[in-house]
Design a binder for this molecule. Structure first.
Ligand code: NAP
Length: 344
């Protein structure tokens, strides 16, 4: 039997992706939908301005949206709540015994909350048991959308000893939710600022690559400088990365690791686990946002244009689909892995 789940923030950009990706999912069935008081009490088809290129699933249209005040029957909650409300709402759900798997920034850096990319740090999920003892339920977080692309592109080469790096992002408008940035501000334009984004990309990777000792996480020490830009693409964050290694590293060291990279979700055949997790392109003009964002149904991170850096050692580009791997899809993959590890 499938596990009943609720989608929090179900009407938003991330919430809609959850509903799309959970249609006919082998493990989970959307049982409840939650959004703001503006949407609560309405059928989903009336409350949500559906913006995806596939039709709204039939079974969802008539479901009545709940508010965060109403009790939920589902134990597993996928959260795409606005960060203004996610902090308190997710804590309240945890206190009622729910397992909340969240895309919101609010609890990512809490000491007892795992910040998980399933291919990289599944062992951090052990923090869930510590939370359950303390609160009854647990919160698990998915990193920032640009962070997810960056750490998946770096994961294969971290063992080579990364000292510091600079990353510049070119981020799609869906990253700002709906309706997001006005068309007048983004058409024919690039905006070199996204509020609060740079610190997240500089801090979160070091928690994800941190060492877990059974009780807590000691952060990895790599220094990261991030520069972010909002660009007029709909989906897909492209990133330009320059890396300084602690010792001499050859092209072959990097390419061989990128090509063979996989993690626990691939070994356990999680339904959303892309194969490969990281697609390496030899071509100098790939990855490209429009051509490559759907790879692995939006779950594969692509890397290419690897070349020597005249300031650091090596530079390359990577691409992540921000609302799939960078949000809803990444969160569903966490839940699939937790299920297969007997954690839910
Ligand atoms: P969004 O399109 O603005 O959607 C926000 C959702 O939160 C809507 O369902 C909205 O419901 C609900 N909401 C707002 N105020 C609420 C309240 N007071 N009580 C209950 N629900 C409330 O935003 P989004 O882009 O989907 O992002 C959702 C979260 O995921 C954010 O925390 C964001 O930072 C994070 N995230 C987004 C992306 C991305 O690529 N978009 C990637 C990673 C993480 P109504 O429709 O009823 O207002």
């Amino acid at each position: 039997m499938k596990h009943h789940v609720a989608v929090l923030g179900a009407t938003g950009a991330v919430g809609q992706r959850f509903i799309q990706l959970l249609e006919n999912h082998p493990d989970f069935e959307v049982h409840e939908l939650v959004a703001s008081s503006r949407s609560a009490g309405k059928p989903y088809s009336e409350a949500a301005k559906w913006k995806l290129a596939t039709p709204m699933p039939e079974g969802i249209r008539q479901k009545v949206v709940k508010s965060t005040e109403e009790p939920l029957e589902s134990r597993i909650l996928f959260s795409g709540l606005d960060s203004d409300v996610a902090g308190q709402a997710e804590e309240a759900y945890r206190a009622k015994g729910h397992i909340v798997i969240s895309n919101s920034k609010n609890h990512r850096m809490d000491e007892d909350v795992p910040l998980v990319v399933p291919e990289i740090n599944p062992e951090h999920l052990a923090l869930v048991e510590l939370q359950k003892k303390k609160y009854g339920g647990a919160i698990v977080t998915n990193p920032n959308c640009s962070t997810i692309g960056l750490v998946l592109g770096l994961a294969p080469i971290m063992e080579l000893g990364v000292e510091h790096m600079i990353v510049s992002t070119m981020q799609a408008i869906s990253g700002a939710g709906y309706p997001g940035i006005p068309s007048f501000d983004i058409l024919d334009n690039v905006v070199p600022h996204i509020g609060g984004e740079e610190p997240k990309i500089e801090e979160e990777p070091n928690k994800i690559f941190g060492k877990f000792d059974g009780k807590g996480i000691s952060p990895n020490p790599t220094r990261i400088s991030a520069m972010v830009h909002r660009v007029p693409s709909l989906d897909g964050h492209l990133e330009a990365v320059s890396v300084k290694f602690k010792k001499t590293v050859t092209r072959e060291d990097i390419v061989s690791r990128m090509k063979g990279f996989e993690g626990e979700p691939q070994k356990l055949n999680c339904p959303s686990a892309p194969k490969p997790a990281v697609q390496y392109f030899e071509a100098v003009d790939r990855p490209q946002t429009r051509l490559d964002r759907e790879l692995g149904k939006g779950m594969t991170v692509s890397v290419g244009n690897l070349r020597p850096c005249s300031v650091f050692d090596w530079k390359f580009n990577l691409l992540v689909h921000n609302t799939v791997r960078g949000a809803a899809g990444g969160t569903i993959l966490i839940a699939e892995l937790m299920l297969r590890k007997g954690m839910i």
